[in-house]
Design a binder for this molecule. Structure first.
Ligand SMILES: Cc1cc2nc3c(=O)[nH]c(=O)nc-3n(C[C@H](O)[C@H](O)[C@H](O)COP(=O)(O)OP(=O)(O)OC[C@H]3O[C@@H](n4cnc5c(N)ncnc54)[C@H](O)[C@@H]3O)c2cc1C
Length: 487
């Protein structure tokens, strides 16, 4: 079967994964990216001798059945991913919990949350094991006949058992008298992995999201952008093209088909097939369609980020690289009450000048807060407030005498500017009961030659999630993908 010529919008992990798989299969591929580097939310920027991860920092998907490892092995590309254990330290207001990926986790969680929480952790791990096994068979939504056939081939009795969880929240798995500390810990971890809390989060998704330390967290020597850079190299090695500084401003369509792309410089190029690897809201805008009211009102997050460079000898060589923090358990999550701190490794030569470290601190934020203060002219004061509060989190991790050599702040407007994401919304669709799994957007649209992928499409956020969405888009174009490593 002859493969279509594919125009891909966006060189984030989703777009580049689709491009690399298609180019490797022999398709003619052109990727259009508005920024001058690949990676989108999992990209990097350099300043004064420091190289910062811009958004995503935690690398998963390189374990035995991990999707990045399997895709890179299929492409014949090797990446220097080393396992981090512990994966991270979680700092609750009154205690610190180390997220080990091995058997040390059992003693750690018992010490932190007591024996009463054990049935919950056992259930969580049982569900996660089933879902990891299932997701290694690369499931999709039943969006077309090909997808239905593939979906059926992935089902097995243990997966059907998961249907009993349908409609249940993660909170329903918690013990009735769960301690406030356990609830805070679970909410905190779900915030970064599912973008929502235990009461809202889909039970099956939440159980898996709580398992990323056990499934494996990894380190890449130049930061998480190594993933996109390696994918971009593979696209080019297989004859594909990536056009940077090229913004698509419109998808022309008629009679149920996309016909051409329009670009910021006024040029127009006809298209055979399009993969839009950008958020769903951005797709609607490019098609000239309204963003439905239900999408506009759903709770969605943006992020505030602080990029901090520190000198040599500030951080011990064996320090744990990822930390999640909660300041006040009586206050809502996000908005600098919670933060995620990621530090470059001691051996990462490209990340910081003279043996220093590059640090990314991030917190969830509501973009309407920023839109409101910008309209009021008080943006600078909100920026100062967030800088101060994010630095407090860093001081809790590193000690209060640490003085940054460099500090820059990113806001929702920064994400909007550099990734073009509508309102700077990042992290994909929260995995709530009414938006996860069967309720997610599929890779199909009502235009026959357009496919979608990225973190607002099934299965959702993270470099791992968007890689699966890219595979589903590619498979639906008739590419037979047989990756090793399924169980
Ligand atoms: C602060 C933060 C922390 C995160 N932490 C983690 C983490 O630790 N681990 C993890 O796995 N995930 C994390 N994530 C989520 C993860 O980064 C994303 O889910 C994933 O990278 C999204 O990839 P994507 O390709 O779908 O979209 P994007 O990364 O947004 O890529 C889309 C690309 O399309 C380009 N583009 C958009 N519109 C156009 C247009 N019209 N024309 C041309 N180009 C266009 C953009 O410039 C961008 O490069 C985090 C995200 C953020 C923001």
């Amino acid at each position: 079967m002859s493969l279509p010529d594919v125009a891909i919008i966006g060189a984030g992990v989703a777009g580049l994964t689709a491009a690399a798989l298609l180019a490797n299969a022999g398709a003619k591929v052109t990727v259009y990216e508005h920024h001058n580097v690949p990676g989108g939310c999992a990209s990097f920027y350099q300043r004064d001798g420091f190289r910062f991860d811009v958004g995503a920092t935690v690398v998963n998907g390189f374990g035995e059945r991990g999707i990045h490892r399997r895709i890179f092995s299929h492409l014949g590309v090797s990446l220097d991913a080393t396992r981090l254990d512990p994966a991270m330290i979680v700092h609750l207001p009154d205690r610190v919990v180390t997220r080990y990926g091995d058997e040390r986790w059992q003693a750690e969680r018992r010490a932190a949350f007591g024996d009463d929480a054990e049935p919950f952790w056992h259930a969580q791990e049982r569900i996660a094991d089933t879902i990891w096994r299932y997701s290694s068979r690369l499931p999709t939504l039943p969006a077309d006949l090909r997808a239905i056939a593939h979906l059926l081939s992935t089902l097995s009795p243990d997966v059907l058992h998961l249907l009993t969880l349908q409609g249940r929240s993660l909170a329903s798995l918690l013990p009735m008298h769960a301690s406030p500390e356990l609830r805070a810990f679970v909410d905190l971890q779900l915030l970064i992995t599912a973008q929502t809390d235990a009461r809202q989060c889909d039970g099956a998704f939440g159980a898996t999201a709580l398992d990323i330390a056990r499934e494996g967290t990894f380190h890449l020597p130049n930061g998480i952008a190594d993933i996109s850079i390696a994918l971009a190299r593979s696209v080019r090695a297989n004859g594909g093209a990536i056009r940077y500084r090229t913004e698509v401003t419109k998808i022309r369509h008629t009679r149920g088909r996309a016909t051409a792309l329009e670009f910021r410089d006024g040029s127009i190029r006809p298209v055979d097939t399009v993969i839009a690897a950008i958020p769903f809201e951005n797709v609607l805008q490019l098609l000239g369609r309204e963003i439905p009211y239900t999408l506009r009102t759903k709770q969605r997050w943006s992020a505030v980020t602080a990029y901090v460079g520190v000198g040599p000898d500030v951080i011990a060589d064996d320090a744990v690289l990822h930390h999640q923090l909660l300041a006040d358990a009586s206050q809502p999550m996000g908005e600098a009450n919670t933060a995620f701190v990621s530090i470059s490794g001691a051996q990462d030569r490209t990340r910081a000048r003279n043996g220093g470290r590059a640090i990314t601190i991030s917190t969830h934020t509501d973009p309407s807060l920023w839109e409101h203060v910008r309209a009021n002219g008080s943006l600078a004061s909100l920026q100062r407030d967030y800088s101060t509060r994010l630095l407090k989190h860093l001081h809790r991790v590193l000690g209060s005498n640490v003085v940054p050599e460099l500090l820059e702040l990113g806001t929702p407007f920064t994400f909007e500017r550099y990734t073009l994401r509508h309102r700077g919304l990042v992290g994909g669709t929260p995995q709530a009961r009414r938006s996860a799994n069967l309720f997610a957007h599929s890779h199909r649209l009502d235009l026959r030659n357009v496919r979608l992928c990225g973190d607002t499409i099934f299965p959702g956020q993270s470099t791992v999630g968007v890689s699966l969405s890219a595979m589903n888009a590619v498979r639906s174009l008739g590419v037979h993908l047989k990756l090793g490593g399924s169980v």
